[in-house]
Design a protein around this ligand. Structure first.
Ligand code: PDD
Length: 288
């Protein structure tokens, strides 16, 4: 992979790309980001990702016309510059910050141009669509200690990073989070689904979780390509532990089966039958 990055109109190798230290993204985490899967040079669900970027920018008061200026051209060019046959599965990272001021001050500066930054990275190939060949993840569980604006895909990710690392320190590959009512909201970098009595459940969208694009695609895929029922409703920790299946979804993981939560084995400890039907359904719609 070539690793050519974009920063404010300039193209350069990623490791040589440097940001102004007065950029509010660097000083305050004052920005919005996206991670878009790119399969064989084609971005997956591009419009949905741009829409979420736009609503995140609006939510934090960044002028979307300036921030998203030429965004589709930048995306097309970065994919072209980084395309390589030996790397068919890539991720595209886009970060837009409020921009660089001439001093550090909490209030929003007036009339500064937003910073546009993008690079691409290599991603694992999507999981095989066979439950007997897929290894499930082992994840931890913690009370969600992040802020109350988790619906905004902010670059201020310290809360998520600390939750992820707590799980990693325990030998887990993710950390599922629950709120003060013992309801599962999401994980530190994924959305969470469970299967209970043949019904697929995931938390409804509110400020406690990110409106994941994969979450949205998975719901659509199941509704359009299977007869399985999907409900957007909160479920508690007991339901999580006793579920027939647990999945994590994200742009980098697609749908990943979870077979152990906090050391407790989920059902028979294997990827489930409904997971397999969901991953097949997802592959049918992700190129729409
Ligand atoms: N993470 N919830 C959180 C907190 C996330 O950070 C993510 C994605 C998701 C899933 O969203 P999507 O399906 O749109 O990828 C849910 C990305 C991949 C990241 O931060 O790298």
């Amino acid at each position: 992979m070539n690793n050519i990055a974009y920063l404010n109109g300039q193209w350069s190798p990623l490791e040589e790309t440097k940001v102004n230290v007065l950029d509010r993204g660097f000083l305050f985490g004052d920005g919005i980001y996206e991670v878009i899967p790119v399969h064989h040079s084609k971005p997956i669900a591009l419009e949905a990702h741009i829409e979420r970027l736009q609503s995140g920018l609006s939510a934090i008061g960044i002028d979307t016309d300036k921030a998203l200026l030429s965004i589709r051209t930048i995306i097309a060019e970065i994919i072209e510059k980084n395309t390589s046959e030996d790397c068919p599965y890539q991720g595209l990272y886009i970060q837009i910050t409020r921009g660089a001021d001439i001093k550090r001050h909490h209030s929003f500066p007036q009339n500064i141009a937003p910073t546009q930054f993008a690079f691409m990275f290599e991603m694992a190939s999507p999981p095989v669509q066979d439950r007997t060949l897929v290894k499930g993840l082992e994840v931890g569980v913690e009370q969600d200690l992040r802020w109350r604006r988790c619906h905004i895909k902010s670059t201020s990710l310290l809360g998520n990073v600390l939750h992820f690392q707590e799980g990693a320190d325990g030998g887990y590959s993710e950390t599922i989070l629950y709120n003060g009512n013992n309801e599962v909201t999401e994980a530190s970098a994924c959305n969470v689904f469970v299967v209970v009595n043949g019904v697929v459940l995931t938390a409804p969208l509110d400020n406690q979780l990110l409106p994941g694009i994969t979450r949205q695609l998975v719901i659509k895929a199941i509704q359009e390509h299977t007869d399985i029922q999907v409900e957007e409703q909160f479920f508690d920790l007991e339901t999580l532990y006793s579920a027939d299946e647990v999945w994590l979804t994200s742009s980098t993981k697609e749908i990943a089966p979870v077979t152990r939560v906090n050391g407790r084995v989920i059902a028979d400890g294997k990827a489930g039958e409904i997971w397999e039907r969901a991953i097949i359904a997802l592959s049918k719609i992700k190129y729409d």
